[in-house]
Structure formats: structure tokens, C-alpha cells
Design a protein around this ligand. Structure first.
Ligand code: SF4
Length: 440
């Protein structure tokens, strides 16, 4: 059996894709290994969302190429968004790379590898309008066997001006409900306690079954939540323009759907949101948040924020800070704007905000979020939460960690508890990042 090593960068979708890749290749007698120097085939699943992400992969691949000195038959492949965005340019930059495969080409990996016996280098970067890998059972080779990702759709049609995803992952397509349900029930049988539905924009889920019944995301969520009452259900990522009252009502109705929502705002200024082509205004977004909190008061909302987008004024930046306070996020992914080749923003706008101004604004956003997260956690002091135990704390084998339904990490003395159990924990202390508690 040939040995396969997969290294994954980027979003949860990429981690789910690596499990599909592992499944395709294990069916061709590859054996997954956890160290690159043992491998006959190394695949690096890549991210193109920011320039730094690509630079990291280029540096890492140059490192891995040196393994070819000790293993002449070693093959190295770049897969995922960088393969799709950079294509042949990658072969020029990295002489040790033998194979390129885009996010829709994983089913074709065995053929590409067979071609490599005859050819020096091979690539498949064709995007598909239908591929969802619906019949491939992901191989959970990097799992904790407690919580699993289940991808429900691929691609994105939103074309936010700063984003490469529509170019690297293609047009939206939804996976058949039957295939999602089968994977979920298999995970339940295998003892998993939590699933996270994945998609670039899960709210766009739209599937019509053989009987002609249309399934939108709220329908899918309700249907699955009903089938697996013992399992927790989470999902990411939502586009604010598609958040509906119907969806929040479904979340309120099923106690196994967790009260945490990732709702990227990107900017708090309507002027900037228009330039980003986000299709909602500041007011639209805040009105949706008001509706969500009215229906589910303990909903924990997280977000994504870009600092220093093209033309962003100091006033726009202040609008972002005030929106953060108004929504009161428990967590945020925060980045400086990174111009991406081929995007609408690159073609239409100047990347005109000086890097030190981008850096200062990002620092202000991070500091504000730190204080919001700490206050958010302080409000949990004295409350008792149901926690799904995910494992042992990094700091001590005597402590376990897990998450509340609000997706907050809790650390506590283990007592009689074990990983994959649901336990009750009372919160006694906190930092901005972690809750500390005691089993009750
Ligand atoms: S919704 Fe916008 S930011 Fe998100 S993946 Fe699609 S284009 Fe990119």
C-alpha cells in the first residue's frame, strides 16, 4: 500500500474536503499516515483567501520538496483553492510539485496519479456546476470522533468584491438531502455527538427531491434535527442577506440546534458594504440581529471583519466599531484587507489604505472584540450549561474541555466525566477566550 500524507490549510470546508480526498485514495489502496517523511504521496490542501495564506503554503511546499532527496518516488500535489487560482503558475514557482487538483477534481485523483507514471506533471482544475461528492463517505482521518463536519453545498454566487471563493470554488450547488441524511445517521451510529453543516453560504441551500418537493435550508435543518434528537447540530457560514425569520424559528423550535450563529458583517459602514457588494446595509444587518435576539435571547453571534478595505474612511471604521458594540459579538475573525488577484475589487478599486493605517484599525477592532468577549463571558458567571466534552485540556490531564451550545470553550476538573459525554458545568471564572467551571 502506498502511504498518503494530507496537510490541510484554511477553512472548515477544506478540512471536510481532505476527508473526501482521503476516502477516494484509500479506496485505491493508499494508507493515510500522519508524518510527511513516511509518505509516498503528499497532498497539500490549500487556501487562497489572503496573500499570507498562499505565502505559507509556498514556503511549506519548498520545505516538503526536500523530502524527495530521500524518497525518489515521492509525489507532491497541491490541491484546493490555490491550485484553482494559480494553476500552471504553481508549477513555475514550485519545481517539486507533480500534481494540481482543484476543489471539484478530487474524484479524478486516481486517474491523475495513474497519468503521473507516464507524464511528468499532471493537473485538473476544471470547476463543476454539479459535483457535491454526495456518494463519497468522508474518511475521518483527522477527527476526534465526537464532532464532525458535513458539507451540504459547494460554491458561492455572491461575488463579494474582495473574495476569491466564487473563482476557486465555482457556482453554488446543493447536495441531495438523502445523502446528507445518510451521512448524518452513519455518524450517529458511529457514536458522534455533534455535526456541523458546512457551506460557503448554507442559507442558499436549495434542493428539489424526486417527488418534486423543494428543500430550503430551514427545511433541511428541521428535518435532520428531528431525526437525530440526541445529537447537537451546528452550521456555518451564513450570509446576512439570507437570514430568515423561518430559519430562526426552526433554531428556536429544536433544542438540539445550538444557539450560536456565525454572521459575517465584514464592515459596519453601508458605503463600504456597497463597495464590497455585500447586498445588505448596516441597518438591514442590525435589524436582522434585533429579530434574532428577540426570538432567541441567548443566541451567541460571531462574525468576520475586514479592516482597511478600499476607500474606507476613519468614519467608516468608527461605524464598524459601533456596530460591533451594538451586536455584542462573543467572537470574531478579524483581518486586514488583502487584495486578491482576479477579484472585482482588484479590478475596480485601488488598495489605497496605507498598511500602517490598516494595522492600527485592525488593532482597535481586536482590542474592542477582546473586551466584548470578556464581558460576554462574565455574563455567564454563575450560570450552568450543558457541555459536550471534546477532550483533555492542553494544560492538564486532570482537566477536560468542551463547548456550550453557544460554542464557548469551557475547561473544568474532570471528576468522573469522559470525552464525548454531555455534562452540566457551572461557570465560576473566565477570560476573554475561555470559561472555567465545575461539574454539577
Ligand atoms: S459570500 Fe462573499 S465572502 Fe463568502 S464565500 Fe461567497 S463571495 Fe466569498
Amino acid at each position: 500500500m502506498k502511504k498518503l500524507y494530507i496537510e490541510t490549510y484554511g477553512c472548515q470546508m477544506n478540512f471536510a474536503d481532505s476527508e473526501v480526498v482521503a476516502s477516494v485514495l484509500v479506496s485505491q489502496s493508499y494508507l493515510p499516515v500522519s508524518h510527511a517523511d513516511e509518505a509516498d504521496l503528499i497532498l497539500i490542501n490549500t487556501c487562497s483567501i489572503r496573500d499570507n495564506a498562499e505565502k505559507r503554503v509556498l514556503a511549506r511546499t519548498r520545505e516538503l520538496q526536500s523530502l524527495k532527496k530521500q524518497n525518489k518516488n515521492l509525489k507532491i500535489g497541491i490541491i484546493g483553492c490555490m491550485a484553482e487560482r494559480m494553476q500552471q503558475e504553481l508549477f513555475k514557482k514550485l519545481e517539486g510539485v507533480d500534481l494540481l487538483a482543484g476543489p471539484d477534481s478530487y474524484r479524478n485523483l486516481p486517474q491523475l496519479l495513474a497519468q503521473l507514471d507516464a507524464e511528468e506533471r499532471v493537473s485538473d482544475i476544471l470547476l463543476s456546476t454539479s459535483e457535491t461528492y454526495e456518494d463519497i463517505d468522508p474518511l475521518r482521518f483527522q477527527s476526534n470522533y465526537i464532532s464532525a463536519f458535513v458539507s451540504i453545498m459547494r460554491g458561492c454566487n455572491n461575488f463579494c468584491t474582495y473574495c476569491v471563493v466564487p473563482y476557486t470554488r465555482g457556482r453554488e450547488r446543493s447536495r441531495p438531502l438523502e445523502s446528507i441524511l445518510k451521512e448524518t445517521l452513519d455518524l450517529q451510529k458511529a457514536g458522534y455527538k455533534e455535526i456541523t453543516f458546512l457551506g460557503q453560504n448554507v442559507n442558499s441551500y436549495n434542493y428539489t427531491d424526486e417527488k418534486g418537493k423543494q428543500w430550503r435550508f430551514p427545511d433541511l435543518l428541521a428535518h435532520i434535527a428531528e431525526q437525530i434528537p440526541e445529537m447537537r447540530v451546528r452550521y456555518a457560514t451564513s450570509h446576512p442577506k439570507d437570514i430568515s425569520e423561518e430559519l430562526i424559528d426552526v433554531m428556536a423550535k429544536y433544542s438540539n440546534i445550538c444557539n450560536s450563529l456565525h454572521l459575517p458583517i465584514q464592515s459596519g459602514s453601508t458605503v463600504v458594504l456597497e463597495k464590497m457588494n455585500r447586498k445588505y446595509t448596516r441597518e438591514d444587518y442590525l435589524k436582522k440581529v434585533e429579530m434574532i435576539k428577540r426570538k432567541i435571547p441567548d443566541m451567541a453571534i460571531s462574525t468576520d471583519i475586514i479592516a482597511g478595505f478600499c476607500g474606507e474612511t476613519e468614519e467608516d471604521h468608527q461605524m464598524t466599531l459601533s456596530a460591533m458594540k451594538e451586536v455584542d459579538y462573543y467572537y470574531a475573525f478579524m483581518f486586514k484587507y488583502s487584495e486578491r488577484p482576479g477579484t472585482l475589487a482588484e479590478k475596480s478599486f485601488d488598495d489605497d489604505i496605507e498598511d500602517d493605517i490598516k494595522g492600527r484599525r485592525l488593532q482597535e477592532i481586536i482590542e474592542l472584540q477582546q473586551s466584548l468577549s470578556l464581558e460576554h463571558n462574565k455574563r455567564d458567571l454563575g450560570k450552568t450549561f450543558e457541555v459536550l466534552v471534546e477532550g483533555f485540556s492542553k494544560k492538564s490531564e486532570l482537566q477536560l474541555f468542551g463547548r456550550t451550545p453557544q460554542n464557548k470553550v469551557v475547561v473544568f476538573d474532570r471528576g468522573e466525566a469522559k470525552p464525548s459525554e454531555f455534562v452540566k458545568v457551572i461557570i465560576e471564572d473566565c477570560t476573554a477566550a475561555t470559561l472555567m467551571g465545575r461539574l454539577v
